[in-house]
Design a binder for this molecule. Structure first.
Ligand code: SF4
Length: 398
């Protein structure tokens, strides 16, 4: 319960975010338990346990403010991109649904944005928007699966009556159209019946609060779609077994080794991947350590910012590597040469060539290089994960 007025305000905002997030999700995506979506499939491929728990825990009563903000940020980014695209007068539609029955398992793909043009040649772009705390260098496998799955479903079900669209309130605008019929209904133009005649790509736009990266293009891929649909059937079957209490989700496979999802997983409490002895007396020490590390990160960021400011000041001062006196402190900025590293692959290629010319094809070059590598002393690494403590009920977070 909130103890003062500022906490009461934050609690009010939190509750509003939960309600508005639920409304928006229901309006755009419908009843999520009644079908398997592409994001479920992407998550299932990475970790079956969290995917099933997430599906079966969609109706959570309570959420932390930081988590609701993170979830809502995704909706806000999407709304912002929608305004951006419409400001450009582009022919765009939001949340077009492709709904198919896959051997008794309902599968749906919701395309965040679909852009279409007829000139100079029929073109379709599917744009998936992802909100990230920090932009990744490479796209997460689950997001890639989603992008491939969406564009491949569009390609495979092009001429089937599988396309539906709702308005922002969730009321149907049309349903059961083929893709060319969708284009006719939305923009009144004829579009090819054969997807082969269309330039078709999916892209993922990753957005942070300060920057953006685009990943793509992803093209239709029948093998990936077949794998996605097979996972959808697995999800459907497991969900039914868990609901009938024939299966405990803790028996489901989890990824081995380090997995980036685990550090922010909603289902980390009681996850069998981290099964071990319990020592609650160590919690204060670990909490303190985590706090220090957070403080160090914040301080590192401050130092980086201040160093950047000083370097910029120096660059604009145009004083040719001179020292600057600042009271009892002095400083200057110099240019250092880049770090020198050995390109092992190119060295190996050159050695193979040289040994070949010298008639010594039997020399194992990778083994030769490995014999001259030095290995440092082994070190211990401390892994700390924060678990989401929630009551457990037959493996489900409630
Ligand atoms: S903590 Fe990791 S392994 Fe466990 S359910 Fe979550 S993502 Fe899967």
């Amino acid at each position: 319960m909130p103890t003062n007025r500022s906490e009461a305000l934050l609690d009010l905002i939190r509750r509003g975010l939960v309600i508005s997030g639920e409304h928006q999700t229901r309006a755009m995506l419908g009843e999520r338990l009644s079908y398997v979506g592409m994001s479920d499939i992407g998550q299932f491929i990475q970790c079956p346990r969290v995917s099933i728990i997430h599906r079966l825990s969609l109706k959570k009563a309570d959420e932390k403010l930081s988590r609701t903000l993170t979830l809502q940020r995704g909706h806000w980014f999407e709304d912002g991109i929608a305004k951006t695209l419409s400001a450009l007068n582009l022919p765009v539609v939001r949340q077009l649904e492709i709904a198919v029955d896959n051997d008794g398992c309902p599968v749906r793909a919701h395309l965040d944005f679909l852009l279409v043009s007829v000139q100079p040649c029929p073109t379709v772009r599917v744009l998936e928007v992802k909100s990230c705390g920090r932009l990744p260098d490479t796209l997460h496998a689950s997001y890639e699966t989603q992008a491939y799955g969406q564009i491949s479903m569009l390609n495979r079900y092009w001429n089937t009556p599988s396309f539906n669209l709702r308005n922002a309130e969730g009321n149907p605008l049309f349903s059961g159209l083929t893709f060319p019929q969708v284009i006719k209904a939305l923009w009144g133009v004829a579009f090819p019946e054969d997807p082969e005649q269309v330039d078709m790509e999916a892209w993922v736009l990753a957005l942070s609060m300060t920057d953006a990266t685009a990943f793509g293009p992803y093209l239709p891929n029948e093998s990936i779609l077949t794998a996605c649909l097979s996972s959808a059937r697995d999800i459907w079957q497991i969900q039914e077994q868990v609901q009938r209490r024939e299966l405990d989700v803790d028996g489901l496979p989890t990824p081995s080794g380090f997995h980036p999802l685990c550090s922010c997983c909603e289902a980390s409490s009681g996850c069998p991947k981290f099964a071990g002895a319990s020592h609650p007396e160590l919690e204060p020490s670990l909490d303190e350590l985590a706090l220090w590390k957070d403080e160090r990160s914040a301080l590192d960021e401050k130092i980086r910012e201040r160093e950047g400011m000083m370097k910029e000041w120096y660059a604009h001062a145009d004083i040719q590597a001179q020292w600057i006196e600042a009271g009892a402190t002095r400083f200057r900025v110099t240019q250092n040469p880049g770090r020198r590293t050995l390109d092992r692959d190119s060295l190996a290629g050159e050695l193979v060539e040289l040994f070949h010319v010298g008639g010594m094809d039997d020399v194992d070059v990778p083994a030769l290089i490995a014999r001259h590598e030095k290995i440092g002393a082994p070190s211990a690494r401390l892994f700390i994960n924060t678990t989401n403590r929630q009551e457990k009920n037959n493996g489900l977070q409630v």
